[in-house]
Design a binder for this molecule. Structure first.
Ligand code: ADP
Ligand code: ADP
Length: 789
């Protein structure tokens, strides 16, 4: 297929970096985490792709110390079908010996014997601390080996520099500087499955109760011990919430939770304290580690694995060992040593410097912005992260809040997307907390002009977080033709601001409304949209609410389809995904599922490409690999339909493989929202509400709200690392309105990566790949229009 058009510029290309003559070893260490296999696979394939020799080190540091068969050369095929497997295929063990000098000396000897001077370590803080130490000691170890006559001068010379790259793979690590760690998202999936299951069981008899009261839930975490006297206030809150009719409260206790005196808070202790309430304890334990890795973890781990190889290839003798990571949507490298120093978190906590610990833990933790933060209890953060959680914690706080005279309407526009309800819930509750009166609009702009507008209260959105689809109702209708009626409804209900949660129609709708402000003063109110659509095709945002759930649906199905055929003969699956003209779901789903080829509209292809792809698969089938996976975006090409591609592959593959096709359809929109979508929806909606409050205050003059400047009709989107408010009118130029996609799409950069991992030769632009940063200036600079919650 044609690569990205080449501009003459400063871009750096991967193919100019050669791994010839280099040996890279990869190991997984410490507790296993979902997604480690995806990282191993990416390291192996990228390493082989650049011409390096890649070794597995089985059983973590133990294998490195023991050597022998534990260190084995990896082949392309040896990592096939690994992507969807949980845990770590190459094994991970705790290793006491590596903590000793003798152990590390043996390990060094084993590496030198194989000329391995590049090491990828995937593990938690312990493993990476060990790696750091190993690197610091390296030259000393070589001298010692030489003195003992175990290696000669030449070997010592040749192996004098050890390059180390770490990837944080751990569901419960204290590693600072990394907001996204391999395995956390999958653990959140497991936690949410359990909590949702508890909810469903409870709700069966809760159905009798008129409404779920919205009492305070409690979360106990090691970093933030509760105020003294918390036991009494908790019991009082529980009683209050019960007396309001609540039959269910969920209390989440993290492993290691303590009070201000350092006394452990355990679930057993809470049961005793909560005597008088019917209390059930569910310990998540190993449930959190089970299952297959989530789409997010696979993508994260694959991207990181590739980054790790890049970092190794670029390393010189003076480059510090680093950790590769993603911040927001951006790959970064952080010096391993600085990260290790930041593990002082634990120390600060031991010394009861709690505020310090929270600070050390990184920005996401204290700001409540979390995607794949650390340890397991963050499952609850994902349901309601920290500060928002604190915001919601007490209804009475909301009631005490001075009432503003502002009315804010919330609506869903476009096709349903998972996470929309979490966003509405968050908007309603944050809005109420800020003193507004919140109005729910049913059925998008259609309901708006028809007057389906009603006040929505705190309790009305109870339990919405985990529900799929749109509970408000959503329609694709655009407002442009109904401006008179919409203006009238705004007048009737005295709406002072609009929050639109939706897809491309929400964006176009906002453009139409803001463009009509000259004609209708009613439309001179602050309006903001947050992108929510499975397709992820909204300009101004790298991600949209709902696409992560869709990606998980795609990968789950691909896994299942692949499995269905295990044991039978060679087979290729052609799978059609949604997305309109936007190839995001197909491409990123393909990366997560390990696709061989992904056809999208954005990258034109012709019959020669199709032929080459079939030939590629035919060659692949001659190895031990028996499965092929081809994804096709629904609108990638008018004439090369899914049927056409299926028939072409069937005919050309005759004798080598047979084909099956599958159209995924609307299952991609539905289902329970993934942790990411709940989290992201909650977060962006809260942030959008806070913007509304600010903008309302700024535009309230002479007893009324008047907002007609560009920057009072905004889209809140995630751009690289930051959440930014952008006037919708400024996004016009970035939009391909015919195909309903942004003109530039960041994820197109992931296509070469996907191709490389499927053994295609391709051009890969690496100018954007992780720059070395420092942990201390980790906090992203956000633009002026952006505020941190
Ligand atoms: P995790 O990496 O998940 O935090 P551990 O803390 O158990 O898991 O560390 C895994 C392994 O890393 C240990 O068994 C040990 O071999 C090695 N390791 C951990 N800490 C150190 C250290 N300070 N020095 C040397 N090796 C270490
Ligand atoms: P909250 O929004 O604070 O979760 P809700 O109003 O949604 O509260 O639900 C009422 C009660 O049900 C809360 O006390 C909470 O314990 C529980 N609950 C509802 N939804 C969930 C969920 N998805 N996960 C965990 N607990 C929930």
């Amino acid at each position: 297929m044609a690569g990205a058009p080449k501009r003459q510029d400063t871009r750096k290309f991967f193919e100019n970096l050669s791994g010839a003559g280099k040996c890279i070893a990869v190991l997984t260490s410490g507790g296993d985490a979902q997604g480690m296999n995806a990282a191993v696979r990416a390291v192996v394939r990228m390493g082989i792709y650049v011409g390096a020799k890649v070794y597995f080190i089985h059983e973590g540091y133990q294998g490195m110390v023991d050597g022998g068969d534990n260190i084995k050369e990896a082949t392309w095929e040896s990592v096939s079908s690994m992507l969807q497997v949980g845990g770590t295929v190459i094994g991970s063990a705790r290793c006491k010996e590596f903590r000793t000098h003798e152990g590390r000396l043996k390990a060094a000897h084993n590496l030198v014997q194989r000329s391995i001077t590049n090491l990828c370590v995937i593990g938690g803080d312990g493993s990476l601390t060990g790696a750091n130490l190993f690197r610091e000691e390296w030259s000393g170890l070589l001298t010692e080996l030489q003195q003992q006559g175990l290696i000669d001068e030449e070997a010592a010379q040749k192996n004098s520099a050890l390059h180390i790259v770490g990837m944080v793979g751990s569901i419960d690590n204290d590693f600072c500087g990394t907001d996204m760690t391999i395995g956390t998202d999958s653990a959140l999936h497991r936690i949410i499955e359990v909590v949702d299951a508890i909810m469903t069981t409870a709700q069966r008899y809760l159905a009798l109760v008129s409404a779920l009261a919205c009492g305070a839930d409690w979360v106990f975490i090691p970093e933030m011990p509760p105020e003294d006297g918390w036991e009494d206030s908790m019991c009082q809150k529980l009683s209050e919430s019960r007396s309001r009719g609540s039959r269910l409260n969920i209390i989440i206790v993290a492993e290691g939770a303590i009070d201000r005196q350092g006394q452990p808070i355990t679930s057993d202790f809470l049961v005793v304290r909560c005597l008088g309430f019917d209390t059930r304890v569910t310990i998540l334990g190993h449930v959190q580690r089970g299952g297959t890795p989530s789409a997010f973890d696979r993508i994260l781990a694959s991207r990181m694995g590739v980054e790790a190889v890049l970092a190794l290839l670029e390393a010189s003798a003076n480059t510090p060992a680093c950790v590769v990571s993603l911040v927001g949507n951006q790959a970064v490298r952080l010096p391993l040593m600085e990260c290790v120093q930041m593990v002082k978190v634990q120390k600060a906590m031991d010394e009861k410097k709690f505020e310090e610990a929270v600070r050390l833990r990184g920005r996401y933790f204290s700001s409540g912005i979390s995607r794949g933060c650390w340890n397991t209890w963050l499952g609850c953060i994902c349901l309601r992260f920290f500060c928002i959680f604190r915001l919601f914690l007490s209804v009475s706080a909301a009631l005490r809040h001075p009432q503003s005279s502002f009315n804010v309407a919330v609506l869903n526009v476009g096709a349903p997307a998972a996470g929309m309800n979490a966003a509405v819930r968050s908007a309603v509750r944050v809005g109420i907390t800020e003193g507004h009166k919140m109005f729910a609009v049913n059925d998008g702009f259609e309901g708006f002009y028809k007057g389906q507008i009603k006040e929505i209260k705190w309790g009305d959105v109870g339990g919405w977080t985990g529900q799929g689809g749109s509970l408000l109702g959503t329609k694709r209708t655009l407002p442009g033709k109904h401006l008179d009626k919409i203006a009238e409804q705004i007048r009737i209900h005295n709406i002072n601001a609009l929050l639109v949660i939706g897809g491309f129609e929400a964006y176009v709708g906002l453009l139409e409304l803001s463009a009509a402000r000259d004609k209708y003063t009613e439309l001179c109110v602050p309006m903001v949209m947050v992108p929510a659509t499975v397709s992820n095709n909204i300009p101004g945002s790298d991600l949209s609410i709902g696409s992560d759930t869709a990606l998980n649906a795609i990968t789950d199905t691909c896994d299942r389809i692949k499995q269905s055929a295990s044991g039978t003969k060679r087979r290729v699956f052609i799978i059609e995904t949604m997305g309109g003209y936007c190839g995001y779901l197909a491409t990123v789903g393909g990366l997560a599922a390990g696709a061989d080829t992904v056809y999208i509209y954005e990258e034109a292809f012709d019959i020669r490409d199709l032929q080459a792809n079939v030939e590629h698969l035919t060659q692949k089938m001659k190895t031990s690999i028996q499965r092929g996976l081809v994804l096709r975006n629904e609108n990638c090409n008018e004439n090369f339909t899914t049927d056409f591609i299926y028939q072409l592959y069937s005919e050309e593959g005759r004798g080598t493989f047979d084909c099956r096709k599958n159209i995924l359809g609307h299952m991609q929109q539905g289902g329970a929202p993934s942790p990411f979508d709940r989290n992201f929806g909650t977060k962006v909606a809260a942030k959008a509400m806070q913007w509304i409050t600010r903008t309302l205050k700024d535009s309230y003059k002479g007893g009324r709200v008047f907002a007609n400047s560009e920057d009072t009709a905004c889209l809140l989107g995630m751009r690289r690392r930051a959440l930014v408010f952008q006037p919708v009118s400024q996004l016009r130029d970035e939009t391909d309105f015919v195909h309903r996609i942004p003109k530039e799409q960041w994820w197109l950069k992931l296509r070469p990566l996907m191709k490389i991992l499927a053994k295609y030769k391709t051009s890969y632009d690496v100018s954007d790949s992780g720059q070395l940063e420092h942990v201390t200036r980790f906090r992203a600079k956000e633009s002026n229009t952006t505020a941190t919650i």
